[in-house]
Design a protein around this ligand. Structure first.
Ligand SMILES: Nc1ncnc2c1ncn2[C@@H]1O[C@H](COP(=O)(O)OP(=O)(O)OP(=O)(O)O)[C@@H](O)[C@H]1O
Length: 294
């Protein structure tokens, strides 16, 4: 069964088109990253998939059923962007509440998740930091081993160590043949964990790519400190150079070619003293590769 399938799924808020003609298929056993800047339509899509919103046009099926169907809720794990928990309940009582709704869970697994995320379950949720509250939400989403996890910007507030553990948890779900749909506005997160990425902007799905393909498109801003002045001709024939600027003792460029070839071309012409590279952000990738579609 295809975990998520949408056909021309569209949502207008009044006359504002927040999502337009979304055609999407998410396969079993994959982590699918849904990537886009703020306001792109990610939460709108997720709320349509969860049946929290009705589409203006088009349709979606989630685990083979219409989003409003409640029968398959226990096979879903949903982490909304604006997770609201009961402040007076402890983390453990919160999890017990959700576990009862789902007909029970394996508490050894819950405790293992809590340990991995370094979660605090014995404090009242209202007394937790937002990151620690998010951990309770994550455990509630994973603990019943759902067939499909839908996570709306789940990384909010997690520190780097916990983030790594959380990425590993998502990979394990996929390795288990289950499915993760993850929204994010950071390329680096999605790229680490997802198999495929759908890029959405201004309500339109611009592309769906394998992460490996997206990585090949990844541009870097490169700054080289060199001795003397590089002759532009030294970089002739080198693919992937944009916005080259050559100053005395300094070369800057945007680059999506082979880094080994760039370094070899530079060092055979001048002495390299230092090197800085910075990943291009999502907006640069949009502008460079997807401008026409957008
Ligand atoms: N209830 C609403 N009424 C009117 N406009 C809305 C409503 N909800 C969202 N929008 C608008 O729809 C667009 C898409 O919003 P959405 O929350 O889906 O984006 P998003 O990709 O999840 O963004 P973010 O990363 O900031 O959460 C935005 O322009 C937003 O202002």
């Amino acid at each position: 069964m295809i975990p998520i399938q949408t056909s021309r799924l569209t949502k207008h808020y009044g006359s504002f088109p927040a999502l337009v003609d979304l055609d999407l298929e998410v396969q079993p056993g994959e982590v699918f990253g849904f990537l886009g800047p703020n306001g792109a339509g990610k939460s709108t899509t997720i709320r349509l998939l969860m049946g929290e919103l009705n589409p203006t046009a088009g349709s979606a099926t989630v685990l083979g059923a219409a989003p409003r169907g409640v029968a398959h809720r226990s096979r879903l794990g949903y982490l909304p962007a604006d997770l609201a928990l009961w402040p007076a309940m402890t983390g453990r009582d919160t999890l017990k509440f959700f576990a009862n709704l789902r007909g029970g869970v394996d508490w050894t697994y819950v405790d293992a998740l809590a340990q991995r995320l370094d979660a605090t379950l014995d404090k009242r949720v209202g007394e937790l930091s937002s990151g620690n509250r998010q951990k309770v939400g994550l455990i509630a989403t994973f603990m019943h081993k759902p067939d499909l996890l839908i996570l709306d910007e789940p990384n909010a507030g997690l520190d780097p160590l916990v983030q790594h553990e959380f990425w590993a948890m998502m990979r394990e779900v996929a390795d288990d043949g289950r499915t993760v749909f993850l929204s994010s506005h950071t390329l680096s997160e999605v790229e680490r964990v997802a198999d495929r990425v759908g890029i959405i902007r201004k309500g339109h799905l611009i592309t769906v790519e394998q992460v490996s393909a997206l990585r090949r498109k990844k541009m870097r801003r490169v700054e080289l400190d060199v001795d003397g002045r590089l002759e532009p001709s030294s970089l002739n024939g080198l693919a992937g150079v944009r916005d080259l600027e050559i100053l005395p003792d300094r070369v800057t460029l945007d680059f999506d070619g082979d880094m080994a070839e760039l370094l070899s071309a530079v060092t055979s012409a001048v002495t390299l003293r230092d090197l800085h590279t910075q990943e291009a952000d999502l907006e640069d990738i949009f502008l460079t590769y997807y401008q026409d579609q957008a």
